[in-house]
Write a protein that binds this ligand. Sequence first.
Ligand code: ATP
Ligand code: MG
Length: 808
Amino acid sequence: MNEMTQHPDRPLPILTTRKEVVLPGVVTPLEVGRRASIAAVDAAMAEGSNILLVPQVDPRTDVPKPGDLVDVGVLAEIVQIARQSATRYTVIARSSARVHIDKVESVGSYLVGHTSSMATVVPPDVEEADQLVERTRSALAAILAEQADTSPDNVREGLDEVDDPDDLADMAAAHVQLERDELIALLREPDVVARLRMVLPPLERLGQVLKMKGDIREQLVEEMSKEERERVLRQRMKAISEQLGEGDDENELTAYLDKIDQKNMPDEVRKAARKQVKKMRQAGASSPEHNVARTYLEWLLDIPWGETTRDTLDVPAARAILEADHAGLEKVKKRILEFIAVRKLAPDKHGPILCLVGPPGVGKTSLGKSVASALGRKYVRASLGGVRDDAEIRGHRRTYVGALPGRIVNGLKKAGSMNPVFILDEVDKLSNSMRGDPASALLEVLDPEQNSEFVDHYLEVPIDLSQVMFIATANSLETIPSPLLDRMEVIQIPGYTEREKLAIARRHLLPKQMAEHGIERETLDVSDEALMDIIRHYTREAGVRNLEREIGTLCRSAAVELAGGQAPKKLAIGHDDVPGILGPPRFFSEVADSHPTVGVATGLGWMPTGGDLLFIETRQMPGKGDVKLTGQVGDVMEESARAALSWVRSHAEGLGIPSSRFADNDIHVHLPSGGVKKDGPSAGVAIATALVSLLSEVPVRSDVAMTGEVTLRGLVLPVGGIKGKVLAAHRAGIKTVILPERNRKDMADIPDEVQRELEVVFVTRIGEALDVALAGGESVPLAAGGTSAVLPPVAADEVPARRRDAAS
Ligand SMILES: Nc1ncnc2c1ncn2[C@@H]1O[C@H](COP(=O)(O)OP(=O)(O)OP(=O)(O)O)[C@@H](O)[C@H]1O
Ligand SMILES: [Mg+2]
């Protein structure tokens, strides 16, 4: 600008500005329309484009005369001119110095001005001037930076080149909005400091406003997270690819990416998921890789990441739910309520992993469901029966064709929450095979140290299982791998007594079956006698599954009758009606019908199906003194049979057995129901009793059942499964049970009604057992009656199809 400030020595044409006040140092467009102005511009152009821009005093004046102009103005150069018409120009002028208008004359149709330069007044207080200059500079820098979207420091460098405070003041003035009067005052003011004082306040105000706006914008940008930015970009991409005709595929991918964003996945998973989308894009829709990536991605999306249900930690409410679903089962219910109470006090503590062990149909699985509803959690069940490959638990690696995640991941997907009650059904039926060890996979799932980062082979991303409440169920403890068992809290459910079954039938099974068959509550009445009849003569089980089935049959027949036209509105089923509906009774008390028999003793076994009578038959035949054991007997049981025999031999004399009996005869010990594997030492007492009976020809009481291990010295050692065994004895109508003395403590678990109806004899030596069991009575010698008096312990149609490992 400085080079232009050379003062003209002749009058110049004046462009009178009506509203605008042009300050020095700006390039500004001016609309020119008045006759005098057009003429002035034409004249200026004719003489080399220099012109004076002078505001008129009163903007309302249409045709200003010399006296109507302000006495200051700026010298300007017309840099461009657009002649829209003869009466309308747009002029771009670059203003340079302010000038004093000494005299205005009319020349033809326009005005010309005689000017003199306006000397800038040197500020008296240099320090104030410096300060003002500095403040102006920094305010300007901030404003320019804000407007140009760069850093104030960059702008500052440019500003530093403007070293003349005069120019700086004008530049500052150009950036603030000032009233016309103020602008004219600025134009008139020769003192730089005075001018800076005038522009600085509005300049700094503007700076602040802009900064505030900038802050807000920045904040918005920051808040617009990476994902959102990507979403915006993706939408643009989608629009582009739609135009390119790749719409559908790209839409699908975009939809996936949106879904990924919406899911509450851990970052690592999100990354893996996005990678799949990339793979799909690269592979193209028709390639097999596309499909593989999609299947995987869908799985990732199906996991309920971060979704949990809120636990109902209301103990009375939970108790009510548990009570409403199941009768009895006090131990389990108590444990669940404890869990809820603890959870309330220490929400972050890992819950227990319960393992419900008991015979079929005692409600293990259905109790799990009830726990879920008591806690207000989702419920899932994975059956582990027959699982022989760890991939079924933990998934196949994706390199396999048709690979899929394992049952745990499947369960989570089904549950739709990360904290369901997860029933691991039949953990005792896991099997080991060449293909890997499912139990060790399960260990990882159940280990609280590891399971917050469970990795399924297929998914390959860690999944947090630590909030899942696992409940395992099993029929037998024996076949549960011990490391697995160590991690679980075992709760035994040994089975129900007749009376408990009656209560369950009355309160749960009958109402449930009636509802299932659409029978109104008031229309059907089944008497207690009828129910008891079903329990005794139509089912033989520790649980209530068959009972429920029979009750179902009963209801079906009742439904048919109730639906029939002339049927009564109300139906009563009593004791006498049962055979008509369910057919002839199927089970009788084995004991009631049998007689004391030589060589046959009633043992008590514990099988996965519950406690049961275990008959021991012995026979002897001419031979060389061998012993043979048959009936699917395991090694341990065989050894305990040999120990029993040795004891009998060594005490033959005292027992009244001629020693020739051993030398000239072979002894065959058979345990009927050969389809069931039997093992364990607990049949010792019964085997010894049967042998003594056989050899001494004293019959064994048929209403006595016994269990216990026998040592070579004749000591009776404690055994497991007492509750189930005693219940089975009670169920079968046994009058007296012989138990090892050291099992006395287990009687605490036995319901009072059973204790009242059963005589229990505790023994420490086999001799005491013999005293009880071999107490005469009417004998049916084996030689005459054979074994026909003894029914097999389990009716054939009741043996579950699945493998049953029996441990006696
Ligand atoms: N105490 C009980 N109160 C009410 N209903 C019960 C009870 N016990 C069992 N049931 C009912 O009996 C049926 C069988 O139970 P469930 O399937 O849970 O047996 P389970 O113990 O899991 O047997 P399995 O070992 O064969 O899997 C269910 O309908 C269940 O509701
Ligand atoms: Mg079950």
